[in-house]
Design a protein around this ligand. Structure first.
Ligand code: CTP
Length: 402
């Protein structure tokens, strides 16, 4: 995963070098961005040597006329799109003010406006500056906007005063970054198989039957399990989504191909989460030539596809099995039926007719149905958070089945 570390001009800038090392220990790829003032305290060379990457500085951002600025504008948009998180440590009162007011006058403040990634700031400054209402109001505004703040420690400050304003301990900053990114180690040693996306059943060389699944929920599950330390096998029907890094990606098209890959790879997995919207029927016979229009009506004969989840349920063993149920009515009744019929440990059900739930949305509203009879209704969450709640429940089932 990629993180941009913004270093701003304070005495604590030297501590950012140690921070880079610790973030790299968490397998994060760190791109350093320095403000002009930061370079008065520590040189870009230090960070370039630690990261093996060009450090982005404002000299680069404003050097020369036309072409350099165009290049810089393109660069900050590119960085903004590439990163999974923006961390600023140390963050001066000045940069907090720029962020709070949307002032984009250097690379770092522009990056803040241009990125959709989560933002973490670790302020460090003189105690009076820290306590000043201007700083505190800026922080209140940033917090309200979802920016994560790692509060400074109290102690002896470089200016000779004692009080709050010392950059938080490196470990506290790393901990916050991991928390925001969902990097935990609670799935280490587990292999999670996830299915995602739709399946496509061919009628003839140019036509197929499919459904509206985008694959977003399954991909979020794969990403979340990977970030929590699991080895992940993602068996995916056709989607437009970016292949998650570090995941064993197995592309398939038809239900039959998905069935083959799942049954083969499930042997390695101790958790299987079937988020794919598998076709229930396929054409009884696939034509090898394009079906012609002809006269009158056309009847298509369909035959049922194999139920992959139910097959896994029959040879379940200790493997935790999670199924999905996308429903338009009688959600609870249908979900409970699937729990039993497919011998699953959990069914994640949603009413796809609800706004903010189901296919091709970034959020989902689901209820988790468990074998012990419990029903956990989750609020509307983004699919990454839903994925983490499902994984939390998998750990809970494992804990109670020991
Ligand atoms: N599933 C599967 N193989 C199929 C159909 C579904 O593995 N051929 C899995 C899905 O991945 C999902 C769960 O079974 O995890 C429920 O899918 P759904 O289509 O809701 O259930 P069906 O059993 O097909 O029931 P119905 O279509 O009647 O609601």
């Amino acid at each position: 995963m990629k993180l941009a570390l913004g270093v701003t001009g304070g005495v604590a800038a030297y501590k950012a070098a140690e921070l880079v090392r610790r973030l790299q220990n968490e397998k994060l790829d760190v791109q350093v961005v320095m403000t002009r003032a930061a370079q008065e305290f520590i040189t870009p060379l230090t960070f370039a040597a630690l990261t093996g990457q060009k450090v982005i500085t404002d000299i680069f951002a404003t050097a020369g006329s036309g072409p350099a600025n165009v290049e810089s504008a393109i660069e900050h948009i590119a960085v903004a799109q590439r990163i999974d998180l923006l961390l600023v440590a140390p963050a001066t009162a000045d940069i907090l003010g720029k962020f709070a007011h949307g002032i984009a006058e250097d690379f770092l403040s522009t990056l803040y406006l241009a990125t959709k990634a989560p933002v973490v700031v670790a302020p460090a400054m003189n105690v009076n500056m820290w306590e000043h209402p201007a700083t505190q109001q800026n922080l209140t505004a940033l917090r309200a906007r979802g920016v994560h703040v790692v509060d400074p420690d109290e102690g002896y400050l470089a200016c000779g005063m004692t009080g709050a304003g010392r950059l938080a301990a490196t470990e506290s900053i790393v901990k916050k970054v991991c928390e925001v990114l969902g990097l935990r180690h609670d799935f280490t040693g587990q292999t999670v198989l996830v299915t995602a996306g739709p399946t496509c059943e061919s009628l003839d060389p140019v036509r197929f039957l499919t459904n509206r699944s985008s694959g977003k929920m399954g991909y979020a599950l794969a990403e979340a399990a990977h970030r929590r330390g699991a080895r992940v096998i993602l068996v995916s029907g056709p989607t437009d989504l970016k292949i998650p890094q570090g995941v064993d990606w197995v592309p398939v098209r038809s239900t039959e191909q998905m069935q083959r890959s799942v049954l083969e790879r499930a042997r390695e997995a101790n958790v299987a989460i079937m988020a794919a919207a598998v076709s229930d029927f396929r054409p009884a016979a696939e034509q090898d030539k394009k079906i012609k229009r002809g006269d009158g009506t056309f009847t298509l004969e369909l035959e049922p596809t194999p139920d992959i989840l139910a097959e896994l349920g029959r040879e379940k063993g200790n493997r935790i099995l999670v199924g999905f149920a996308a429903e338009t009515n009688n959600v609870a009744e249908n979900a409970r039926g699937k729990l039993l019929r497919k011998a699953a440990d959990m069914i994640v059900a949603n009413d796809v007719t609800q706004a903010g739930a189901g296919f091709d949305t970034d959020t989902n509203i689901v209820t988790l149905f468990l074998r012990d009879g419990r029903e956990l209704a989750l609020p509307q969450l983004n699919k990454f958070d839903v994925a983490n709640r499902i994984l939390d429940q998998v750990l809970d089932i494992q804990k109670h089945s020991k």
